[in-house]
Design a protein around this ligand. Structure first.
Ligand code: PMP
Length: 392
């Protein structure tokens, strides 16, 4: 076995794609025009495959905040907060995120991936048990693996299965960490959080909710699914990212547990990496302010999601879930999905192609993500492209 022989499978899948003349995993956006438009392969294209849920990437206030930070604090921090110190913005953003979620404190990480990696690897060690929803994001699985905890999956969105597994754990149930997401990234379906919280109340344990795709999207103030269901106080840890509704890059965890601060001293993905650049912190702080005072953006996002969902289901497509900013179309067969994705691109619509094993239950998905910045006309154009392919 040579060092590179592990890539043989990958190499042959790549060749298959090359033979089809498609590489959906290497799309070059030659020019970004706005949160919802770009130039791809020389064509004006509607971007419906971003996670730019509120369309804040071009918000003038966020850009101005980033520009000021860039000029006054420089391009980067050049080190980790442990070794090289925190800038005032890092801590202010943590306090703002904690206040926004009605929680005692927060830790900011350099990416959303690292927030899960950093929290789970530090919290759940070899003597601990993590019970996670089978459809959880890769960063959650990787964090569990890094910490060495015993990891048990329960059936996706199945609170009964969760209860069964907690029952089996006996006395260990009270120390178990349960991990779920708010809106799941692939199909756009929501966790049955009320039922999950009921199970947690009955058997004990701690609850972590990753609201990466629901923060800014759900809840009266945009906190996410926990807020929408009045369950913010029931989550021990809420994880989120700056890379979706907030239009940046970075991640966080908020909690009421005073021990949260100790995680900083135990979390390798927090300690051994450079902290987010000042401009990123400044634009994120500003975007959080905008998010808080812009319920109309959430409403527009919701309206756009309903418009796209209704249009596609009227065309007879099989969709992954009720309306949410993630509208996933199930396509039979990997090659068919690849070709479908390419035809959409040629019609000037960019979406995400999701193939097994990254998808739940081995389905192939054309994943659209909706933004508050899409106009109804753009959503209609996306629906029209799908309509052409329906009858092709
Ligand atoms: N959690 C979930 C549920 C996600 O979908 C993602 C990314 N898509 C992440 C965490 C990681 O976030 P980031 O891309 O900001 O690192």
């Amino acid at each position: 076995m040579g060092l590179f022989s592990k890539f043989d499978g990958l190499a042959s899948s790549r060749l298959e794609l090359d033979a089809l003349g498609i590489n959906p995993f290497d799309v070059k956006i030659d020019k970004i025009i706005s949160p919802t438009e770009g130039i791809i392969e020389g064509r004006h294209t509607i971007l419906a495959g971003t996670n730019n849920y509120l369309g804040l990437t071009f918000h003038p206030d966020s850009i101005a905040a980033a520009r000021t930070a860039l000029e006054h604090e420089g391009t980067g921090t050049t080190g980790s907060r442990m070794a090289n110190g925190s800038y005032s913005g890092h801590r202010l953003l943590e306090l703002e995120l904690a206040a926004f979620h009605n929680k005692r404190d927060a830790i900011v990480f350099s990416t959303g991936y690292q927030a899960n990696l950093g929290m789970l690897s530090a919290l759940a060690g070899p003597d601990d048990v993590v019970l996670l929803d089978a459809d959880c994001h890769a960063s959650i699985y990787d964090g569990c693996r890094m910490g060495g905890a015993e990891t048990i999956r329960f059936r996706h969105n199945n609170a009964e299965d969760l209860a069964k597994r907690l029952r089996r754990l006996g006395d260990r149930a009270t120390n178990t960490l349960i991990v779920v997401e708010g809106i799941y990234s692939m199909l756009g379906d929501r966790a049955p959080l009320k039922e999950i919280v009921d199970v947690k109340r009955e058997y004990g344990g701690y609850l972590m909710v990753d609201e990466a795709h629901s923060m800014g999207v759900l809840g009266e103030r945009g906190c996410g699914l926990l807020e929408e269901l009045g369950l913010l106080a029931d989550a021990d840890f809420i994880v989120g990212t700056f890379s979706k509704s907030l239009g940046g890059a970075g991640g966080y965890c908020v909690s009421d547990h005073p021990e949260l601060n100790l995680i900083r001293y135990a979390s390798r993905p927090y300690i051994f990496t450079a902290s987010p650049a000042p401009a990123m912190i400044a634009s994120t702080r500003q975007s959080l302010r905008t998010l808080e005072k812009s319920p109309h953006l959430r409403q527009r996002l919701h309206d756009n999601a309903v418009q796209l969902h209704t249009g596609l289901s009227n065309l007879g497509y099989t969709l992954g879930a009720p309306p949410s900013p993630v509208v996933a179309v199930v396509v039979e067969g990997k090659v068919e999905a690849l070709q479908f994705w390419q035809k959409l691109l040629h019609l000037g619509v960019y979406v995400n192609l999701m193939l097994p094993p990254a998808t739940p239950n081995g389905v192939s998905l054309i994943r659209c993500s909706v933004s508050a910045a899409h106009t109804p006309t753009q959503i209609d154009a996306v629906i029209a492209a799908f309509a052409k392919l329906r009858h092709a």
